[in-house]
Write a protein that binds this ligand. Structure first.
Ligand code: NAD
Ligand code: DAU
Length: 358
């Protein structure tokens, strides 16, 4: 299926840029427009390999800027929207929650309003049950469900119990997206995914941070006792799931997406160290760099996702077994030193400031 015109918000971020590559490769849409505010986490360098593709257009746009958003929607018609733009880092949300409420809650509200207005002529409540000619896919997180004990997994029926300001702001945006479907008949699907990893992930998140610190012989910070459990998913598997939801997901439904790859943070950090020992024997053993540091306030202990709904309805499966994807990710960061050095030195952001204004 090839959509007429797909809008990707946050397409210069980690998952967004991976999704742009996936969408172009799989010919998901005849036209793809990316909007992104290019915050510290957005990086146009992520899209440089496809920048010349005639199907792709980029516009710097902040979803909290309603007047610009309205004129943008007035000038262009989209049939499908995948909403990935967000403030995404839990630690930053603890240090400064306001940006999270602004972008994740208010920005999502403005986007939903702009889309509702734009699609008002093309939709009716009755058409919503059918395969829609319009679709809004709201990409969310498993963190909205809170923290699990030693057993069990989040299902689509698990009540929301967000613990961090990030998770609470994502929960707020999920509720708005759901309400826009229920009240206005906007064709919405919501996805809740577990921890992603892979190319282009900003090096504040655990996996790229540990890889880069290994490469620079810096301490590897492990919060608390390192026994917190996350369910890791390779980003390309997430992108496949999102494309499937856009093409065949049921409107008004929520879908959990997870890798069924639970492991403790300490086990994960040690696995990266073992890979680094092979790739960079001069620095071995890298696990000597592991440093236990103060725990994250309110740190969720365990996440696990039951993805049986998307598996049984749409035939989706995570493809990555063992540590192959982790090794691939380590290779990507080794091979793309310019990318992360540009970020760490601030060079890219100075360049964007010159190109687009601060
Ligand atoms: P990211 O931080 O790498 O990228 C977010 C992108 O959104 C950046 O390009 C940034 O510039 C842009 N953005 C931020 N504020 C904006 C605004 N006001 N207007 C327009 N653009 C703005 O995040 P990510 O890890 O790629 O996550 C993408 C989405 O997926 C988020 O909604 C996140 O909650 C969700 N998610 C992430 C994970 C994960 O493990 N990374 C897992 C599940 C769900
Ligand atoms: O579960 C999905 C979520 O996964 C997404 O919604 C978020 O956008 C994404 O950032 C991620 O959140 P986490 O907080 O789980 O990811 P992070 O990489 O920040 O941390 C993973 C785990 O590692 C977490 O338990 C905290 C721990 N950690 C993290 C960092 C940065 C450390 O022990 N040391 C660190 O330095």
């Amino acid at each position: 299926m090839t959509f007429p015109h797909l809008l990707i918000t946050g397409g210069a971020g980690f998952i967004g840029s991976n999704f742009v590559y996936h969408a172009l490769k799989s010919n998901l849409a005849r036209r793809i427009t990316v909007i992104d505010a290019l915050t510290y986490a957005g990086n146009l360098e992520n899209l440089s390999a496809v920048a010349a593709d005639p199907r792709l257009t980029f516009q710097r746009l902040d979803i909290t800027d309603r007047p610009t958003l309205d004129s943008f929607f007035a000038s262009t018609e989209f049939t499908h929207v995948i909403h990935l733009a967000a403030e995404s880092h839990v630690d930053r949300s603890i240090a400064g929650p306001e940006a999270f409420v602004r972008t994740n809650v208010l920005g999502t509200f403005h986007l939903l309003e702009a889309v509702r207005k734009s699609w008002s002529g093309a939709l009716s409540l009755q058409s919503v049950a059918d395969r829609p000619n319009r679709l809004f896919l709201h990409v969310s997180t498993d963190e909205v469900f809170g923290s699990l004990g030693a057993t069990g997994a989040f299902t689509e029926e698990t009540p929301y119990r967000p613990n961090s300001p990030y998770a609470a702001s994502k929960a707020g945006s999920d509720h708005l997206a759901r309400a826009y479907h229920h009240t206005y008949g906007l064709p919405v699907i919501i996805s809740n995914c577990s921890n992603n990893f892979g190319p282009f992930q900003f090096p504040e998140k655990l996996i790229p941070l540990i890889i880069l610190n290994c490469l620079q012989s810096k301490p590897l910070p492990v919060y608390g006792d390192g026994q917190q459990v996350r369910d890791w998913l390779f980003v390309s598997d997430h992108c496949r799931a999102l494309a499937l939801l856009l093409t065949a997901g049921r409107v008004g439904e929520c879908y959990n997406i997870g890798g069924s790859r639970e492991r403790t943070n300490l086990d994960l950090v040690r696995a990266i160290c073992r890979i680094m020992d092979q790739k960079r024997p001069a620095g071995a053993p890298h696990d000597r760099l592991i440093t236990f540091v103060a725990d994250r306030p309110g740190h969720d202990r365990r996440y696990a996702i039951n993805s049986s709904k998307i598996q049984s309805e749409l035939g989706w499966q995570p493809t990555q077994a063992g540590d192959r994807a982790l090794e691939e990710t380590v290779d990507w960061y080794i091979e793309n030193r310019n990318w992360w050095e540009g970020i760490l030195s601030g060079e890219y952001h100075e360049y964007y400031a010159r190109q687009y204004g601060a």
